[in-house]
Ligand binder design. Structure first.
Ligand SMILES: NC(=O)c1ccc[n+]([C@@H]2O[C@H](COP(=O)([O-])OP(=O)(O)OC[C@H]3O[C@@H](n4cnc5c(N)ncnc54)[C@H](O)[C@@H]3O)[C@@H](O)[C@H]2O)c1
Ligand SMILES: O[C@H]1[C@H](O)[C@@H](O)[C@H](O)[C@@H](O)[C@H]1O
Length: 370
């Protein structure tokens, strides 16, 4: 894997080696039999992509950033220079064809994920794809079908809350049935503010998609219907954004789940979840950081954003992906989880507009995701 490459250059070429045979020739099928570190191409170098590049470079063992790609050539080149040893591209497919690349981390915006996933499938490269898998049900289904055509799983979806210590403890309590059968979940999801261009559809596709995934994972049930209530918006939200919202899910086991989504709360980043069970309740997410008692003061701190709140979860998620990939395996949230979340999101966007209860209909779960 120790290929000599120019550092910090931008290369938008469609280079040779696009075909799966090229990947096979360089041994990239799950990197079985390939010693050394995993060479990763990071696609999209904005907020999340840059954070993953730093993580791969400074925190994760067994991997290195071999290539970065961004439509913004300067941004990609700067980041490649910062980490050293990585080549910058403007074309994601060209980055995947970089001879040092064994695997792909997709951190471009949701609407760009389908194209990047299909490019990675064409090269049979393992992928960690940031949530959402794709922003709508039809494109998620196309990705699901394309992965099935490969005949093996290639994708771990970046539903990182599954790697958060609090959520893992809650999952373990629910799986063991420590407090009896779960009846309801109460989620809170508050962001200080939203980036420019954040839409009502993104309230569901970009934000609530996390609650959709952890609900399915914690309860081990599918979501069967969605309703959305929209209180009078905060004056802090951009014009036209319906913020906050209350989203209600029903599950296949008859549980009811509510999410308070408030993405311009102004004061910081808060994500919590309370499970109400037959014999007790359990809540996580209230105590991030230091708890201080001092003169005239009692209480904890609120993290500014997701990078701080979920830092450990992102680290564990990426390390898990790297470790599994180096063993030639694919684990973690699958394309099926990404597809199911996309279908619920689509129902959520419809429910948001209509104010009606919208049923969720999934295809039958394919054997590959048994
Ligand atoms: N798991 C989490 O908590 C979390 C947090 C934030 C973002 N995300 C996800 O990460 C992804 C990126 O979000 P972000 O906040 O970093 O966005 P961003 O807008 O900050 O960055 C996106 C970057 O991708 C680049 N880009 C756009 N289209 C591209 C394409 N076709 N090919 C290559 N690059 C392209 C843009 O130039 C930009 O630099 C999204 O899927 C988002 O939902 C996840
Ligand atoms: O893209 C971000 C990210 O996924 C965060 O984890 C979530 O809290 C935000 O609401 C969302 O906009």
């Amino acid at each position: 894997m120790g290929t000599t490459r120019e550092t910090g250059t931008v290369d938008g070429r469609s280079t040779v080696g696009h075909a799966p045979e090229a990947a096979a020739a360089r041994g990239a099928h799950g990197v079985e039999g390939r010693p050394g570190t995993l060479g990763v191409a990071v696609i999209g170098t904005g907020r999340m992509g840059a954070d993953h590049v730093r993580r791969l470079h400074d925190v994760i063992s067994g991997a290195r950033v071999a290539a970065v790609a961004d439509l913004d050539a300067d941004r990609a080149a700067r980041l490649a220079r910062d980490v050293g040893g990585a080549t910058a591209y403007t074309d994601p497919a060209a980055a995947m064809d970089d001879p040092g690349v064994d695997a792909v981390l997709i951190a471009s915006p949701g609407p760009a994920h389908e194209a990047a996933l299909l490019d990675a499938f064409a090269r049979d490269l393992p992928v960690l794809c940031e949530k959402p898998l794709t922003p709508d049900a039809a494109s998620a289904l196309r990705v699901l079908e394309a992965e099935q055509k490969l005949g093996h799983r290639r994708v771990q979806v970046g539903f990182m809350r599954r790697y958060d210590a609090g959520y893992r403890t809650l999952k373990s309590l629910l799986t063991k049935g420590t407090h009896g059968r779960p009846l309801m979940l109460h989620h809170k999801h508050r962001n200080a503010d939203t980036p420019p261009g954040f839409t009502n559809a993104m309230m569901i596709n970009d934000s609530v998609v996390h609650e959709i995934d952890v609900t399915r994972w914690l309860l081990d049930e599918e979501i069967t219907a969605v309703r959305v209530l929209r209180p009078a918006p905060t004056g802090n939200a951009p014009e036209g954004l319906s913020d906050p919202q209350l989203i209600l899910f029903e599950t296949s086991a008859g549980q009811v789940v509510d999410t308070e989504l408030f993405v311009n709360c102004g004061f910081g980043y808060q994500v919590s979840c309370e499970a109400v069970c037959e014999g007790g309740t359990a809540r996580i997410g209230d105590d991030h950081g230091v708890f201080v008692n001092a003169a005239g003061q009692w209480g904890g701190t609120i993290p500014p954003g997701f990078v701080e709140r979920f830092e450990d979860a992102y680290d564990r998620q990426v390390q898990h992906w790297v470790d599994a990939t180096r063993r030639g395996e694919v684990e973690g949230p699958s394309c099926w989880d990404g597809y199911a979340a996309a279908v619920v999101c689509e129902a959520g966007v419809l429910a948001q507009a209509s104010g009606e209860r919208v049923p969720v209909e999934l295809i039958e779960r394919p054997d590959l995701y048994g």
